[in-house]
Write a protein that binds this ligand. Sequence first.
Ligand SMILES: Cc1cn([C@H]2C[C@H](O)[C@@H](COP(=O)(O)OP(=O)(O)O[C@H]3O[C@@H](C)C(=O)[C@@H](O)[C@H]3O)O2)c(=O)[nH]c1=O
Length: 181
Amino acid sequence: MIVKETALKGCFEIEPSVFNDHRGYFLETFNQQAFNQAIGQEVTFVQDNESQSTKGVLRGLHFQTGDHAQAKLIRVVVGRVLDVVVDLRPNSPTFCKHFKAVLSGENKKQLFVPRGFAHGFLVLSETAIFSYKCDNFYSKAAEAGIAYNDPTLNIDWEFPTNLVELSKKDLHLPTIEAYFK
Ligand SMILES: Cc1cn([C@H]2C[C@H](O)[C@@H](COP(=O)(O)OP(=O)(O)O[C@H]3O[C@@H](C)C(=O)[C@@H](O)[C@H]3O)O2)c(=O)[nH]c1=O
């Protein structure tokens, strides 16, 4: 397993060890002991989520507020996505900065996104199955988000914006400026 901290403190990119043989492959997608040691923190995941989306679907940028904040360990099982995380920790030197990575069923890369970040992804393949662990339970009341095309964040999604498909909820997310007002 190769673990690298990204430019955003506390946010890590993880490349698990994959064992290939004549039958196919094997990997540990999560090992609590190795994971906590690698990132130097005790994280206890309590919920696993999976979603499927088609090409051009963009989910995000989402987070939960206050005591409901969630750290996430993210991976793609099938397909390819552009995953984007945004540091929304007001006291962080990288406040409002983002990090992006292509996660795919082929590269099997994972991202650990700490609490205090917004997260979203855009599906680049015909279909994608997205899987993630959360260290806090889902709370509908605590759901929040920032528009994926926020001008301050200026994220290059590397995809024609007229082809992006959003949920009704995500169509009306505020800008970062409006959110922090
Ligand atoms: C996230 C979530 C949703 N739901 C329900 C609510 C709703 O009826 C349905 C679909 O929810 P959403 O439209 O919010 O799903 P989605 O847009 O996929 O939301 C997810 O987006 C990515 C980018 C994240 O980072 C996640 O934390 C989460 O916010 O599933 C749960 O029951 N539990 C959950 O943990």
